[in-house]
Design a protein around this ligand. Sequence first.
Ligand SMILES: [Zn+2]
Length: 119
Amino acid sequence: MMPGREEQVRELLATQRAQAQRALTAAQHSLAMIAEARDQAGGDDEHDPEGVPLSREWARIDAAASDARERLSAIDAALVRLENGTYGVCRVCGISIPLERLEIRPQADICVPCGSARR
Ligand SMILES: [Zn+2]
């Protein structure tokens, strides 16, 4: 990787990591509040008119939390690849991932053609 480039990537990863961490904390906070609301409602969704929307809200926030957790682990994996010098290389075909892609998704470990082939 070009000198100075790595620093830029580290910064990008650090920013995205902080964002994902914030999203995860916010989601966990919301889940805790929903759990509390459920407890106060007696934990019985079936006879609680608020039960269904509460469950739906839970599912939505829970999905956001898993998404944030996934992003965190992808970013951590990217940091490891930076350390061992395999960062920016597609793990499927081995070509260098274009920098424009890494700027958008610094945690990417797969190039666009390989990524679309898997879909
Ligand atoms: Zn590839």
